[in-house]
Design a protein. Structure first.
Length: 384
């Protein structure tokens, strides 16, 4: 195998998608709207949507046209492109409490940059986390990560006020509290406000990892939807509709700390992705994209709830919010069989968090997807 682990994106491994189930699509050659075609020419509905990176639909014409214009004008140069400032201003206008913006290419490095800013600002090192924030050392306990770095972080459970208080009391002064504001369910608003209050009282920087939630549950993400503003919002995925871009957005006082440390990337300001992001922002300004995603997601989530009831609560439960939902199976074996059966019926379905509707998913398409998933569930009941 030339690529160890089959692919450079771990969540796209065949075993991650289908377990050891054979005869499932492994690589794709084309994507359009909410459909993909594999290397054998088979067509599939997709509700994985690039792991949530595509909210408008694959190959969205206005986004593609903007990227094509940027390609014709050189892609990258020796100076920052004028679009960097324009996109930053547009983002600051829609992300709650954002006054300053820095760009990077991936969510993982953008959250890491936010944590570095927090450490620079506060002069502290420990951090508290809640959720998944990427693969980099600061937030992982994996093999190869130095123990000294692991010991700087404590993870708290979602929606657990007591655990939050106890962890803050036990760690002493922390640089940042970093949370995903939606993890398999909506946050308790009192918990979210408590996180905000504790961060303020303790002098910690509150960072919302909104990589999945901005431009999906609301244009301004969970901060907009739930009315609790962090010091820093980290956004990405749907911002580029498949083009690699992420941004660290925050108040001027907090973000100015970036000038006292070093955060830089050769291609942070290539203007193909910036052009794509500007086109995405234009679409969200001119159309009710998040309203559409909420409505279509409601159809999907309701349908998944019915499938879970059909399978039996001891086998699966529908979780998530309408815009990003999934079936939580009782075992890896069940989830793998279900995903494989879905693929055999022409649906790429993520067997754990999350599946995502897009602006390309009409109601008729979602209903068709659900009908195929019901057939997959029937096969699971028959064989497992």
């Amino acid at each position: 195998m030339t690529i160890p682990g089959f692919t450079s994106t771990g969540s796209k491994r065949p075993d991650a998608l289908y377990g050891n189930e054979p005869v499932c699509p492994r690589r794709f050659v084309r994507a359009e709207g909410c459909r993909v075609w594999d290397e054998e020419g088979r067509e599939f509905y997709d509700i994985v949507m690039g792991l949530g990176a595509v909210a408008l639909g694959y190959g969205y014409p206005e986004v593609n046209a903007a990227a094509e214009r940027a390609i014709r004008t050189g892609v990258v140069g020796p100076l920052p492109h004028v679009l960097e400032q324009e996109v930053a201003e547009r983002l600051a206008a829609v992300i709650p409490a954002a006054e300053s913006v820095r760009f990077l290419k991936t969510g993982a490095e953008a959250v890491a940059a936010a944590v570095r800013i927090a450490r620079t600002l506060t002069g502290r090192e420990p951090v508290i986390t809640c959720g998944y924030h990427g693969w980099l050392d600061w937030c992982q306990g994996s093999t190869g990560v130095p123990r000294s770095i692991v010991e700087l972080r404590r993870e708290i459970p979602f929606n657990d006020s007591d655990a939050l208080r106890q962890t803050v009391d036990g760690m002493g002064p922390v640089a940042a509290i970093v949370i995903e504001p939606v993890i398999e369910q909506e946050p308790d608003r009192q918990w979210l406000q408590l996180v905000r209050d504790i961060a303020t009282k303790s002098g910690a920087v509150l960072i919302f990892d909104e990589i999945k939630t901005t431009f999906r549950i609301a244009t301004g993400g969970a901060a907009e939807r739930y009315g609790v503003a962090p010091d820093i919002s980290v956004v990405g995925k749907a911002l580029g509709n498949g083009f690699p871009i992420a941004a660290v957005c925050g108040s001027k006082d907090v973000m100015d700390a970036v000038n006292r440390t070093w955060i830089s990337s050769t291609l942070a300001t290539e203007h193909v992705s910036l052009s794509a992001a500007l086109a995405v922002l234009n679409q969200y300004e001119n159309q009710d994209v998040t309203g559409f995603l909420g409505a279509r997601g409601e159809v999907l989530k309701t349908g998944l709830t019915g499938i879970a009831e059909n399978l039996g609560e001891q086998r699966a439960v529908a979780r998530g919010v309408p815009e990003m939902c999934f079936l939580d199976f009782a075992s890896e074996e069940l989830s793998a069989v279900f995903a494989a059966q879905a693929a055999r019926r022409g649906v790429i379905f993520k067997r754990n968090a999350y599946n995502f509707v897009s602006y390309a998913h009409t109601e008729e398409i979602v209903v068709d997807i659900l009908a195929r998933l019901h057939e997959a569930a029937d096969e699971v009941k028959r064989t497992c």
